[in-house]
Design a protein around this ligand. Structure first.
Ligand SMILES: [Zn+2]
Length: 359
């Protein structure tokens, strides 16, 4: 099959063997696969990713001496009906969490030398993980299930209160997914900050109620103004003694993931703000613990999602609770994928580019 093959920091389009399903697995033709920031990071820092995840003790080992087909945000179509009792018919469109298990070993699809991910024409998926795509949803939009599940999980981790004022820092795909999930949960005030005007427009389309350009206005001041009741004086004796009307409960989602961000969030947070860290910072970082200590901030870290959150996200898209159309700019073939990676890295207008390995 044709695939976008990663090896030694480079990508090329080439031929690899079709993957073969084991018992309990289905052969799936890849219809669409979204390019993720993790893919961009892996291409340049694969050794660091592998070394860090082995020190953490989680994840799956990746053999960087072999060809790797990336891609973990996918939608496909079943080629051959499996043999299991609940096997889906050939031609059924499906999504799946990007993990497979066979013969006692697990693989993280899209980060494995043993199992090709969504930048190949075929994948092998575990039948028990398959979620049929409902309502005739397009493969391009169904492929957004994975990042939407990351957002839903972050919002579920946030222990939301109905009166929460939310601040989303960074409106890339994950920040946007969080905005969509907050809207579904009925959060009435969602402040979103990003330097890019196009991302701010999309944030508004996805449900942000106030968008801020951090180059001109402080996102934290804008958000605090929403949280403070009328006449509230932060720093006053009444505020300190918690006498009179108090600020609404508040939550910040950090979706940037670069060194120094956490310190900025701690500086901008209010007393009692829950801080949900979703941005993936791959480097050591520094912050002054006195800030969150003083404000008694709860800091919550997030990783992936549950199977239930994944399936829920597909239904949220298919039932129209989330419109992912504003996020997806274009679909490219394998030969244009490397340029698409470069376009996303340059941080221009694209938010999510879809790869169709048959285009
Ligand atoms: Zn991803």
């Amino acid at each position: 099959m044709h695939a976008l093959i990663y090896r030694d920091g480079r990508m090329r389009v080439g031929e690899i063997d079709d993957p073969r399903p084991a018992a309990g697995q289905a052969l799936v033709k890849t219809l669409a696969c979204g390019i993720c920031g993790s893919d961009l990071h892996f291409v340049h820092h694969a050794h660091h990713v592998v070394e860090t995840s082995s020190r953490i003790g989680g994840g799956f080992p990746i053999d960087l001496g072999r060809d790797i087909v990336l891609g973990h945000e996918f939608c496909g179509e079943i080629v051959e009906r499996g043999r299991g009792p609940n096997a889906l018919a050939a031609g059924t469109r499906v999504c799946s969490i990007p993990f497979t298990h066979a013969d006692g070993s697990g693989q993280s699809l899209g980060f494995s030398a043993d199992r090709p991910g969504g930048y190949g024409q075929y994948m092998v998926l575990n039948e028990r993980n398959l979620v049929p795509v409902p309502n005739g949803l397009s493969a391009e939009h169904a492929a957004l299930t994975e990042p939407m599940a990351v957002g839903l999980h972050a919002v579920n981790r946030a222990r939301l209160l109905p009166e929460d004022v939310a601040l989303v820092i960074g409106c890339g795909p994950i920040g946007l997914a969080i905005i969509a999930a907050l809207k579904i949960q009925g959060i009435s005030d969602i402040v979103a900050a990003d330097f890019s005007a196009s991302r701010r427009r999309v944030a508004e389309a996805m449900g942000a109620t106030l968008v801020v350009d951090p180059a001109t206005v402080s996102p934290y001041a804008s958000w605090a103004a929403v949280a403070y009741p009328q006449g509230y004086q932060p720093g006053s004796l009444d505020a300190f003694l918690k006498v009179g009307p108090q600020p609404r409960p508040s939550v910040i989602f950090e979706c940037v993931g670069v060194p120094g961000m956490l310190q900025k969030v701690f500086e901008g947070a209010l007393a009692g703000t829950r801080i949900v860290v979703v941005g993936v910072c791959m480097e050591p970082d520094r912050f002054e613990p006195l800030f969150p200590l003083n404000k008694e901030n709860d800091v919550i870290f997030c990783f992936y999602y549950s199977g239930e959150e994944y399936a829920r996200s597909l239904h949220n898209i298919a039932e129209g609770l989330i419109d992912v159309a504003p996020m997806t700019s274009r679909t490219v073939g394998l030969n244009e994928a490397t340029d698409a990676f470069a376009a996303l890295e340059s941080g221009a207008e694209d938010i999510k580019i879809i790869v169709d390995p048959w285009k």
